[in-house]
Design a protein around this ligand. Structure first.
Ligand SMILES: Cc1ncc(C[n+]2csc(CCOP(=O)(O)OP(=O)(O)O)c2C)c(N)n1
Ligand code: SF4
Ligand SMILES: [Mg+2]
Length: 325
């Protein structure tokens, strides 16, 4: 794997970015502010042309558009190619264990409700090992933003079938084709109780930045499934594939994202193969701010002041610790 860095030059060199003049235009518009989010210390280890570059750039641009500062954000990731995300962003970051980003993110948010917590991981990380945490975070309506890079493959470990790989997918782990029905991320998110659910194609920079910014502003569990080409281990789902299929859902006549039934009907049509020309609806698919409160709303302990900012000089835990002797 060739080593590249995340500078503008190298982004331009990656096949993916070259395909999108819009990306370059948007990058140039905000370049100095976006560069405030660059982490020059770490050389990127992603393959040239990987969809992760555009997602990383979109994230930095979304932060700039919201006027959020790097010191106000903590990115928590699991393990995988997507899991390297915190290395390449200049803000607080934790790379945890495979599938364990959400519990760590929960701890960060509970300790400091004032920090913007962003969780990043792959499809394997989120829907394989991390599936239980996904379900509980959604039902709790934890106030974090979760970016799931869905390349339908285990990228880091060189191309095994993942929980989102379509039935029949042939890889080193399923040489005769996968026999399992894949997970549908949007369906999982909505049915488990996420209050903001979106899907974006890494190659549509404008929409991705806009949707990520709205996800960050949402109070509650906000999920953005990122359709991410893995040019090395899932080459048939490349940039061209998504470019030909992805449409902006907000431009469709019956768009109704506050209605859960509308979103689920779309999912069911997709799963039944009823969508004309295999078009993939991208954008915010479900968003309901008033559905219910967040996990933190139920915790009076930090209602007035984040736990991390509270004075604990008078707190004595000796008695509690004695019980463990
Ligand atoms: C407990 C545990 N099991 C397995 C692994 C090996 N492992 C590392 S990353 C990974 C899968 C990565 O796939 P995905 O989450 O889709 O991320 P991608 O690399 O595609 O971005 C696996 C199985 C591990 N690190 N820890
Ligand atoms: S293996 Fe795939 S996901 Fe990993 S860096 Fe290369 S293109 Fe990206
Ligand atoms: Mg993956």
């Amino acid at each position: 794997m060739k080593l590249v860095n995340t500078s503008e030059d190298v982004l331009k060199k990656s096949g993916q970015i070259n395909d999108h003049e819009e990306v370059l235009r948007l990058y140039d518009e905000h370049s100095s502010e976006v560069k405030d989010w660059d982490e020059p210390e770490h050389k990127s280890q992603w393959c040239p042309g990987c969809g992760n570059f555009a997602i990383l750039l979109a994230f930095k641009k979304a932060m700039v558009s919201l006027k959020i500062r790097p010191e106000e954000v903590c990115i928590v990731s699991g393990i995988g190619q997507a899991g390297k995300f915190p290395h390449y962003v200049k803000c607080y970051g934790v790379e945890t264990l495979h599938g364990r980003a959400l519990p760590v993110a929960t701890g960060v948010k509970l300790a400091n409700k004032d920090v913007n917590v962003v969780v990043v991981g792959g499809d394997g990380d989120g829907f394989g090992l991390g599936m239980g945490h996904f379900v509980h975070s959604a039902r709790r309506n934890l106030d974090v933003t979760y970016l799931i890079h869905n390349n339908e493959i285990y990228g880091l470990t060189k191309g095994q079938t993942s929980p989102t790989s379509p039935k029949g997918t042939k890889t080193v782990s399923t040489p005769n084709g996968s026999i399992e029905t894949p997970i549908h991320p949007v369906e999982q998110a909505i049915t488990n109780g996420a209050t903001f659910v979106a899907r974006c194609f890494a190659g549509d920079m404008e929409q991705t930045v806009r949707v990520m910014a709205q996800a960050m502003k949402h109070k509650g569990f906000a999920i953005v499934e990122m359709l991410q080409p893995c040019v090395s281990y899932n080459p048939s789902k490349n940039h061209q594939y998504f470019k030909e299929r992805c449409i902006r859902v907000e431009e469709s006549g019956d768009y109704n994202p506050t209605n859960k039934n509308w979103a689920l009907a779309l999912v069911h049509r997709e799963k039944a193969g009823l969508i004309k020309d295999e078009k993939i609806a991208c954008g915010i698919l479900y968003h309901n701010d008033s559905e219910r409160g967040t996990y933190l709303d139920e915790l009076p302990e930090s209602a007035d002041l984040a736990l991390v900012k509270q004075d604990i000089s008078n707190v004595d835990i000796e008695g509690l610790l004695d019980k463990f002797e």
